[in-house]
Design a protein around this ligand. Structure first.
Ligand code: CA
Length: 186
C-alpha cells in the first residue's frame, strides 16, 4: 500500500513540477530552516517546506541524511497540521511509524482514530513519498481532508528507535509542540 502511494505521488509530483513552471502563483509556499547538528544525522531536520495549494497541502521535510530501513521506511515521523488557531494544538497528523503510514485526527496533541478507521488509513487521498537519495520526506494531503482551511501551520517530529522501541533520538521543528508560521492558501 505504501509503495503504491509513494510511486503514485512521485508521478504526481513530476507532473505538478512541470505544471508549476507555467503557473508559479498557484500555491503559497513557505520554507522554514531548521538548525543543523541539533540531532543525529538520520533524524536531523534541516528544512520544512509547506506548499498550500488550491487543492492540496504538501509538506516536504529535508533530513540531513535520511536512512531508510530494509522495508524502505524512514524513522518515525509526525507532521502535525494546525488549521484552527482557536482550538488548542493541531487538528490532524500525517506520519510514519511501525512499518505504516497514517493520517489521524488530533485533539490536544493526542491522536484520535476516525470512527471508521482505527489505524489511521482514512482514505481521503493523502500520500507519502520517501527519497533516501534526496533526503526528502514528502507528505501530501488534500485540503478537503483538512476541512478546507484558509491557512495552516505545521510542527514536525522525526524519531528513531532502538530494537526495544525506546526513542534513541529525535528532532522537533521548530520545537516541542511549537508551530512554524502560518501558510495561507495560494
Ligand atoms: Ca535540525
Amino acid at each position: 500500500m505504501r509503495l503504491r502511494r509513494a510511486s503514485s505521488l512521485l508521478s504526481l509530483l513530476l507532473s505538478t513540477a512541470l505544471v508549476a513552471v507555467g503557473s508559479p502563483a498557484s500555491a503559497a509556499t513557505k520554507t522554514f530552516v531548521d538548525a543543523k547538528g541539533d540531532a543525529p544525522f538520520d533524524v536531523d531536520i534541516r528544512k520544512v517546506k509547506v506548499v498550500h495549494g488550491k487543492k492540496a497541502v504538501r509538506i516536504v521535510v529535508r533530513v540531513q541524511d535520511l536512512v531508510l530501513d530494509e522495508f524502505g521506511l524512514a524513522p518515525e515521523s509526525s507532521v502535525f497540521i494546525d488549521t484552527k488557531k482557536s482550538k488548542r494544538g493541531p487538528e490532524y497528523m500525517v506520519g510514519t511509524g511501525g512499518y505504516h503510514a497514517y493520517f489521524f485526527a488530533v485533539k490536544n496533541w493526542k491522536l484520535l482514530s476516525f470512527p471508521d478507521d482505527p489505524y489511521g488509513d482514512i482514505t481521503c487521498g493523502w500520500k507519502l513519498a520517501e527519497s533516501e537519495s534526496a533526503d526528502l520526506l514528502t507528505y501530501q494531503v488534500p485540503r478537503s481532508c483538512l476541512g478546507n482551511p484558509s491557512r495552516i501551520r505545521v510542527s514536525v517530529v522525526i524519531r528513531s528507535y532502538d530494537q526495544d522501541g525506546n526513542t534513541v533520538s529525535s528532532d522537533k521543528s521548530p520545537a516541542y509542540r511549537k508551530f512554524h508560521g502560518w501558510v495561507r492558501r495560494g
